[in-house]
Design a protein around this ligand. Sequence first.
Ligand SMILES: *Cc1c(COP(=O)(O)O)cnc(C)c1O
Length: 710
Amino acid sequence: MVGQSKLLDKLKDLARNLWWCWQGNVIDLFRELDPQLWHDVDHNPVDFLKRIPIEQLERRAAEMALDSRIDYAFRRLSEYLKDTDSWGAINATILRARPVAYFSAEFGLHESLPIYSGGLGVLAGDHLKSASDLGIPLIGVGLLYNQGYFRQSLDGNGWQQENYLNTDTDLLPIEQVNGLDGKPLMVAIETATGFLRARVWQAAVGRTRLFLLDSNVPENSEEDRGLTARLYGGDARVRIRQELLLGVGGLRTLHALKINPSVLHLNEGHSAFATLEMIRKLMEETGQPFGEVFREVAQMTVFTTHTPVAAGHDRFPAQLVEEHLGKIREKLNLSYDDFMGLGRVYATDPNELFCMTVLALKLSRYANGVSSLHGVVSRRMWHPLYPNVTEEQVPIGHITNGVHVKTWVAPQMALLFIKHLGIDWPKRQRHAETWDGIDTIDDAELWETQQVLKARLINFVRSRMLTQAKRRNEPDATPERFADVLDPNALTIGFARRFATYKRAGLVLQDVDRMVDIIRSADRPVQFVFAGKAHPEDRMGKELIQGIVKITRDERFSRNIVFVEDYDMNVARHLVQGVDVWLNNPRRPQEASGTSGEKAVLNGTLNFSVLDGWWAEAYDGVNGFAIGIGRTHAVPSTQDERDHASLIETLTGQVVPCYYERDAAGLPRQWILRQKDAFRTLAWKFNADRMVMDYVRRSYLPAAGGLPCQ
Ligand SMILES: *Cc1c(COP(=O)(O)O)cnc(C)c1O
């Protein structure tokens, strides 16, 4: 008996560190214990272990000889946590005494911790994971949304429904943080209308810790208790209060625990108030004047901007800022006007709103966009802030986003990499030479692997279609009805992302009559999988979804165009791993980076994209397909027409022929050539290890050591 409960204890320890979610064999362990339950709990191991009866656990473990595998996984976790042989141990030693504090309004680590909405959050999650793998001393700071972002379903008219579910904190891999006095830590921020309080939770992401603030405490007013309920859910007042908690409350959390970060990394402007709290604290401690401390804090602050659209930046009316930051403003010895000037491009213009990006730019010495093109766009957008320099000299650089490889690569593909790149390939992922081994993969083997992944996707889609139909109480919601949805032999194109208007989700289907011939071609059929959520307030986004869903319900398309509801990291994983082509057609240059296409690369899925964001610096003519020629037309409708024409022309002229041209062995050699080229030219570069190392070398070390920006 003792031995068995030890087994459960080990599984619980594994479940309590999110490290498991990038370990294929630990995921397999949970699944094999009870595949149905694993599915039913949305891959949440904490929930899973609470529900699985102990007798069943023991029986299954014995039957499947899982004991030794659980032991092994547990040992690997312990070794991982202790490992001192990391890149960071050698290259980031000065961060050991005083770590980086990484602030983000959302973190996408796994679908079972629903505190993210999209790309920004997934990027932050990937950043924490790579920081852990590389041994970079870094601590994440965010908010715990107990309803998360919404869960999406569609009604009979294809109209998006938003469902908010309360998450039970007992079922999340988090624990409440105690202060140094051993009592539950509570942070408090004084505003003009009273105190705003939050308790703090902690999640373990490998070696990285993530603190999450939660306003749902009895000491708060009823309204404030719900403040952190939803991500991006409220009006300006809710937003500023959330951002106050994130920035000021987040930094106070660290200071209360005697953690003195040497670098503040603001992932997007939401957390920029952290800089003001840092100034307040240093002024209090050192007695130095504002001007002096301002420079010191800017020197330690790294800011990453993600928004290439002017309207997308958070802006608040001055009264709202004064109500919430007035107490801090007084401590900074700043007049109302001087303080508001910190958030304005033209500091003395009383009509300008207080912009979080402007605050972040003024208070950081290391600012960057998230792709080369986005760097250019950001320098142009913020040039007015730097009137004494040319546009090229605006101090905003770029560090292109990357994805956490072990999170996004399919296990079957990872096996191929082990075989051909060497067992330690993940540690060497950032070196171009590592990927030379791709050429030793047999074409047939690569092709087979992709067919397996596609079959998995198709099963997933069919089962989702059935669930969706059942939810709508459709009379013929039977497995038979969906048994022939998607053809494993047809060219399969995936499109999934937020349904923001600039991403132009409907572009490819714009001319339905033209698409009929392409999709229903007898010998060269094409099929589509769509997914994505529109922001609850975004009517146009919802109309885009409805437009696509209407087409999927057209008898001519119902087996070859599908919409998978409730896009999340789970759906994203199935899609990027299982489709042949990843389509992305934003209106250039509005995609700051895009990362889903980088996930596709790792799985042999070819990108077919507008030359925007990361793809503008990645495409080389062979490693995927381009839409347009990287130009922007001043009139959006003209741009849309041109891009649509280019999309259809490239699809019919290049993508389809390349995919269907087979040799005697039935293999599309040219296609496989492109897949291999994509692995070789892209995988080493567009991964989160490379990204985090760039941050360390170009921003963190100089910021921590007081060195000039490189
Ligand atoms: C990766 C990811 C995104 C970001 O994709 P983009 O290409 O940047 O739009 C959004 N949502 C989810 C669930 C993801 O996994």
